[in-house]
Write a protein that binds this ligand. Structure first.
Ligand SMILES: Cc1ncc(C[n+]2csc(CCOP(=O)(O)OP(=O)(O)O)c2C)c(N)n1
Length: 361
């Protein structure tokens, strides 16, 4: 089992592809067919293009504050690829590639970051929960979903994501403790991108790895090269199989890096060394997968160009749809808290309406 061979207490990190996209561990190479690999690469490229577009839209005042995904594509895509259709994906706020793989329309993604609640109203049956900006709050939801699936004998797994900073929150420990005790079918992926805004990973915990925290909760943990799509895929696949056999949760630490700013309101140059960024740029997950696929004759220059063009077209379409979508109404802020709006809220709504009429905002 990978979790035995790569026991985090022995300080081994799982890798299939090295930094240059060459296979380091042939016995671990998953048998992904050409179609699946091409879909994976298309998803990563679409995620990259759509993500960079979101940053541009924010700069142009067409989208709100936005958390860039650049560099972390493999860390969310690999786990999503290991799920079955009915399994749940419980995300934080930096998992675009995984969401696209699961089928989230770009329209929903853009609407959400444009501040329209309709962006959290996903097509029926996707089994994705809405974004969770309160750090670590989504993990207990992932445990609840998995526990419900277990009680109903549905055989569904709930994959929950969080960041390295989230591991300092009480919610993280409460969720993982419950999962361990109840042996819920969960896979937890920590996207260890080295920084929680300006707080480095070394200030989150004195433990050498985040993966070893699983020991305290009585389940398996593994540290994986988060920029290696194949490694993320095989680690999660094993964890999903274990969960489905009723053997409980697994904690996966995806060792990765946030190449961009924390959000569009942040300036990482104020707290991060340029040199660190340069080193991580060489480990770009897209380039690694491209090298691997090119060596297998699954990718050439003309296909590469077609894939990037298709991604740009799909992104333009998503932005256009989102910008022509009906804007939320003022009442929407008040409408959904109670079945019937109480008098105080009604009064507040009326006051806001009249203030807006007077030109105040
Ligand atoms: C409960 C809570 N506290 C603080 C914040 C402000 N905040 C937003 S993101 C963030 C850092 C999160 O770091 P990490 O979990 O490592 O995820 P990353 O942003 O690096 O992906 C903080 C402190 C918040 N959203 N929720």
């Amino acid at each position: 089992m990978l979790t035995d061979d790569y026991d985090p207490l022995r300080g081994r990190m799982l890798q299939v592809l090295d930094q240059d996209g060459q296979i380091v561990e042939p016995s671990l190479e998953p048998k992904l067919d050409a179609d699946m690999l091409e879909r994976a690469y298309r998803t990563m490229v679409l995620s990259r293009v759509a993500d960079e577009k979101a940053v541009i839209l924010q700069r142009q005042g067409r989208l709100g504050a936005y958390p860039p995904n650049r560099g972390q594509e493999a860390a969310s895509l690999g786990p999503a690829m290991a799920l079955d259709r009915d399994d749940w994906l419980v995300w934080a706020f930096r998992e675009l590639a995984g969401l696209l793989w699961k089928g989230l329309p770009l329209l929903s993604f853009y609407l959400y970051w444009m501040g329209n609640e309709e962006g959290s109203h996903y097509p029926q049956g996707l089994n994705i929960t809405p974004a969770a900006v309160p750090v670590a709050s989504q993990l207990s939801i992932a445990v609840g979903i998995a526990y419900a699936s277990m009680c109903r004998r549905e055989g569904r797994v709930a994959l929950g994501f969080c960041g390295d900073g989230a591991t300092s929150e009480g919610d993280f420990h409460e969720a993982l403790n419950s999962a361990g005790v109840l042996r819920t079918p969960n896979v937890f992926v920590i996207q260890n991108n080295q920084w929680a805004i300006s707080v480095p990973r070394s200030r989150q915990t004195a433990a050498p790895t985040l993966a070893q925290k699983a020991c305290a909760y009585g389940f398996k943990g593994i540290q994986v090269d988060g920029n290696d799509l194949l490694a993320m895929y095989i680690a999660t696949r094993e964890a999903v199989e274990r969960a489905r056999r009723g053997e409980g949760p697994t904690l996966i630490e995806a060792y990765t890096y946030r190449l961009g700013n924390h959000t569009t309101s942040d300036d990482a140059r104020k707290y991060r060394q340029e040199q660190e960024l340069r080193e991580w740029e060489l480990r770009d997950p897209l380039v690694r997968l491209k090298t691997y696929m090119t060596a297998k004759d699954l990718l050439d220059e003309s296909k590469e160009q077609e894939i990037w063009k298709a991604a740009r077209d799909a992104t333009d379409k998503g932005v256009k749809e989102a910008e022509s979508f009906p804007k939320p109404a003022l009442e929407d802020i008040f409408r959904y808290t109670y079945e019937e709006m109480p008098a105080e809220l009604k009064a507040e709504l009326e006051r806001l309406r009249s203030e807006l009429q007077d030109g105040e905002r």
